[in-house]
Design a protein around this ligand. Structure first.
Ligand code: SER
Length: 584
């Protein structure tokens, strides 16, 4: 069965059981600075797990794009992935353990045709926070799982929470027995020998863990489930690794054809990281030195290094992106139209990295030679930090190189220096922030409204098909990226600026309305990525000139903005221009 069929079957099955299919949220969470990427299907649903009413009801299902990078260094083995798709179904205070378990069992055995004799399950063993999950175990017995294939484990296996704080609860996990021999008398689903592979997790979210560690009951009993699509595809196709499924295979084969030396691990790293990079970039991620941007940078850089290791000509990258888009577009059709942009981002970053790499590698050689002369087996934290700080040479690459030459490396030492360095810059920026905070809200609100006016004015003056591609606001200026195939002429810039100022002078009212996403779209409201928004949205209207789906905040009248001035117009990426403007 192909991945797309598994996804379709899943959504249809849960639809049949009264669930509404909701769209996947983007990989980059909206309005949630606490996490870098969406890591689980439940993440965009947290408010509803806590009791807020979801406009689509109490039974939901979706597929969710996820990125988890805590195991990034493990990628290259036969199972770890950073990007993956999670199929999920949720009960928001609706059904609980019994129904969740019987639906999971029915889906696995009837829809996917998995042999019930190969299924084992695990349940929570109980502790001071929650009792032993007899209810789940009984439900499993009722559907036909015999007692000897029901295992009980503690919190480290059978309790689920995203991070340190939030909705959580005991879970029951389903495992498929691969038929490999048991590794010993204690071999069970918690064993890593490869006999048992986890295929699905049902979390019974009826608790909340607070920052102080205390656990309390939630208002309602929820179910949150997650089934990894890549893994299920692999198992149903009887493949050893996800790289052998149609999701990766065309790219893996192409790499094999292009490589001059054979390293299966590097081939997997390239295929895996390239896929994740494509997905992150398509959802708006761009490489940078902090947070999300740094994760993406790391993915692209590591991939580039392994392309080098395979001695694959880096000019092949564009073609590899094309091939991936072709491979994945059945699952993610929007990739097609973003293909050129994705290529440009990846290639630009690769070029940047190649410059860093040649500098850094030379410097690393010096460090390594010195260590050899001194008979040291360790590259110390200071050397790693120096390479990072002076040459932008990433520690993970220092680590790779060091390992290749048989050195140990002191990453803890590096982390310590890195943290000290971060702390210094954090203190610096906090000082700055405190000074500007009061002014920040008022001023950034004005800039926010100005971006809507600019967006509308560009459509009138330059081209009605212009769309916003991004924006960034500080107290000092606004930056606005938009689709456009040419450099704006001086006349276009002037006219756009004049029109925005004209609208400011007219003192147009800014009003806000809450409506269903589809109604908003039907009413002609502009939005950046439709799938980014919840089902209920706020729409800001400015006079009769602009209507956009947006979270706000905005001023109430345009005259509050003052005078608008375009300071700069430049290229941002292929087909995207960038305007920097100020309010005076
Ligand atoms: N949140 C749980 C997980 O990520 C189930 O979806 O495994």
């Amino acid at each position: 069965m192909k991945a797309i069929e598994i996804r379709n079957k899943y959504l249809k099955f849960f639809e049949k059981h009264g669930h509404k299919v909701i769209p996947s949220a983007p990989l980059i969470p909206e309005n949630d600075p606490s996490v870098l990427f969406t890591t689980a299907g439940m993440q965009p649903l947290v408010p509803y797990l806590l009791g807020e009413k979801h406009p689509e009801g109490t039974r939901l299902t979706d597929y969710q794009k996820c990125l988890r990078t805590n195991d990034i260094d493990e990628v290259g083995d036969n199972r770890h992935l950073t990007f993956f798709e999670m199929l999920g179904n949720w009960s928001l205070g609706d059904y609980f353990k019994d129904e969740a378990i019987s639906m999971s069992y029915e889906f696995l055995t009837k829809e996917l045709g998995i042999d019930p004799n190969k299924l084992s399950v695990t349940c929570f063993a109980g502790d001071e926070d929650a009792p032993k999950d007899i209810v789940a175990a009984e439900a499993w017995k009722r559907v036909g799982i015999p007692e000897e294939r029901i295992y009980f484990y503690g919190k480290s296996n059978n309790w689920w929470i995203a991070g340190e704080e939030g909705p959580c609860g005991p879970d029951t996990e389903m495992f498929l027995d691969t038929g490999k021999p048991a590794c010993g008398p204690n071999c069970g689903p918690d064993c890593n020998c490869g006999k048992y592979v986890e295929i699905w997790n049902n979390v019974f979210m009826e608790y909340y863990k607070s920052k102080d560690g205390s656990i309390s009951k939630l208002k309602q009993q929820n179910v949150d489930t997650g089934l990894g699509l890549e893994r299920m595809t692999m198992l149903l196709q009887g493949k050893e690794t996800p790289f052998d499924t149609e999701l990766f295979l065309p790219v893996m084969e192409k790499l094999k054809e292009l490589e001059k030396v054979e390293y299966i691990e590097s081939r997997r790293i390239v295929a895996e990281h390239l896929r994740s990079s494509i997905m992150v970039i398509a959802d708006g991620g761009r490489p940078s030195n902090i947070d999300r941007g740094y994760v993406l940078r790391r993915l692209i850089r590591r991939m580039t290094r392994h392309l080098n290791k395979l001695q694959i000509d880096l000019n092949e990258l564009g073609g590899l992106v094309d091939l991936y888009v072709e491979t994945l577009k059945e699952l993610y059709p929007y990739l097609e139209e973003k293909k050129d942009m994705i290529k440009e981002v990846i290639i630009t970053e690769k070029d940047k990295f190649m410059r860093t790499l040649s500098h850094g590698e030379r410097e690393f050689e010096k460090v390594a030679n010195k260590a050899k002369q001194e008979n040291k087996k360790l590259i110390d934290g200071y050397a790693i930090f120096k390479l990072y700080e002076t040459y932008g040479f990433p520690p993970e690459i220092t680590s790779d190189l060091a390992k290749e030459q048989g050195f140990e490396i002191d990453l803890d030492g590096f982390d310590k220096l890195f943290k000290e360095h971060q702390e210094k810059s954090r203190l610096g920026s906090e000082q700055k922030f405190k000074g500007g905070l009061a002014e920040q809200n008022e001023q950034t609100t004005k800039y926010h409204t100005a971006t809507h006016l600019l967006n509308a004015a560009l459509k009138v003056i330059v081209n009605k098909d212009i769309h916003q591609k991004g924006s960034n606001i500080t107290v000092e200026r606004m930056r606005f990226d938009f689709s456009c195939d040419h450099k704006l002429t001086d006349e276009e810039k002037q006219k756009t600026e004049d029109l925005v100022n004209e609208w400011i002078k007219q003192d147009l009212p800014v009003t806000v309305q809450t409506m269903k996403k589809q109604d908003a779209v039907n009413s002609g409201a502009e939005c950046m990525f439709i799938e980014k928004y919840p089902d209920e949205v706020t729409v800001y209207t400015i006079g009769t000139v602009s209507k956009e789906i947006c979270g706000g905040p905005h001023v109430t009248h345009t005259s509050e903005l003052g005078h608008f001035k375009i300071k700069k117009e430049e290229a941002s990426s292929a087909g995207v221009r960038r305007i920097k403007a100020i309010l005076e």
